[in-house]
Design a protein around this ligand. Structure first.
Ligand SMILES: Nc1nc2c(ncn2[C@@H]2O[C@H](COP(=O)(O)OP(=O)(O)OP(=O)(O)O)[C@@H](O)[C@H]2O)c(=O)[nH]1
Ligand SMILES: [Mg+2]
Length: 327
């Protein structure tokens, strides 16, 4: 937290950078996203400044097993939105591949195709060793991209672990992508993934077994709890040909309209923010402590001393926090 400039006032660099990205300057947007992703010193100010321009975009999360066709679906959806003049931002989070991995490379190629289109922006992200992790970084990157005026945010992530489920919680609408065959038994899917689905997609419906997957999902729909009057539909698609994309788009719109009623959207975002706020506090406290010398090495030394019984953690932690809470 930058206390020098105080809450609500920004350095001229930050004001200028955000003004430029708001005007559609793609380089400024890319720079701001990088600063935020790297958790640079100016990140907090950039985010604070950008936040006032967020809240109205529709955030659609697309998750599913590796290779299920998420990117192809995201691309197809993005094209439909662009054809309707809606601006689109994509955050593609790939925790499994190294930074130079195939998926990211593929995403770069996708981006190049859209390069001439100022109404489209894609950012690929992979795991960084940084504090706070990928869920925080992707949430922050989404804020910056939305502030650049994108009306639809598509968030792609491999649905395998808790991290990815946290990322999906960023979304207002969650699409879970399943595929026939490949031993991809719906029963073996984590219940967590089933529960977060607002819409199921059976992609690669050109393959044998689409019926079977659809039947299994319908049989397990009781797991898709807490949806009240919304029954998650099952949409069949062939992302590579565009078959079913229109139906998917319609289902997303229908869910969005359903969310808009009876305060559901606010309730959903509130759940997201409850987790995020705690995460932000933890992140900032750790950052402050690191700024005061709590390096990885120092942490290792302290841990060693505590393990060896030479330090009392219940005394140590209040001591560490003391300078931060002193008025
Ligand atoms: N036959 C068929 N192939 C598809 C379909 N959709 C996608 N594919 C192919 O499946 C492969 C993986 O597609 P991607 O869109 O990269 O899948 P992904 O889920 O984004 O993959 P990761 O991000 O690596 O997890 C590509 O070769 C696609 O062309 C489909 O509906 N039918
Ligand atoms: Mg992908």
């Amino acid at each position: 937290m930058n206390t020098e400039t105080g809450v609500g006032s920004y350095t001229s660099e930050v004001t200028e950078l955000v003004a430029r990205l708001r005007q559609g300057d793609v380089r400024a947007l890319a720079r701001a996203v990088s600063l935020v992703e790297d958790d640079a010193a100016s990140a907090w100010q950039i985010l604070s400044c950008c936040f006032s321009y967020t809240g109205s975009a529709m955030r659609v999360g697309i998750t599913g097993s590796p290779g299920a066709g998420k990117s192809t679906l995201v691309d197809a959806l993005a094209r439909r939105y662009r054809a309707q003049q809606a601006t689109v931002g994509v955050v593609a989070v790939d925790p499994t591949s190294p930074y130079t991995g195939g998926a990211i490379l593929g995403d770069r190629i996708r981006m190049r195709e859209h390069e001439a289109d100022p109404g489209f922006y894609l950012r690929s992200m992979a795991t960084r060793g940084s504090l706070g992790g990928l869920a925080r970084a992707s949430a922050d990157v989404a804020v910056v991209i939305e502030a650049s005026g994108k009306e639809r945010l598509l968030i792609e992530t491999v649905g395998v672990g808790q991290d990815e489920i946290d990322i999906v919680r960023l979304a207002d609408v969650t699409v879970v992508v399943l595929v026939p065959g490949m031993g991809d038994d719906v029963q073996s899917l984590k219940a967590g993934i089933m529960e977060i689905a607002d819409i199921f997609v059976v992609n690669k419906s050109d393959r044998d077994g689409a019926d079977h997957v659809e039947k299994e999902v319908r049989a397990m729909q009781s797991l898709a709890a807490e949806h009240g009057s919304w029954i998650p539909p099952v949409i069949r698609t062939i992302a590579t040909t565009g078959d079913g994309i229109e139906e998917l788009e319609r289902a997303v719109d229908q869910f969005w309209s359903w969310l808009a009623q009876e305060g559901r959207l606010i309730a959903r975002r509130e759940t997201h923010w409850r987790a995020r706020l705690i995460d932000m506090v933890r992140h900032e406290l750790l950052r402050e402590l690191r700024g005061r010398g709590l390096s990885d090495q120092a942490l290792a030394n302290i841990s060693h001393q505590v393990a060896a019984g030479q330090q009392n953690p219940y005394q140590l932690v209040p001591q560490l926090l003391e300078p931060l809470i002193r008025r």
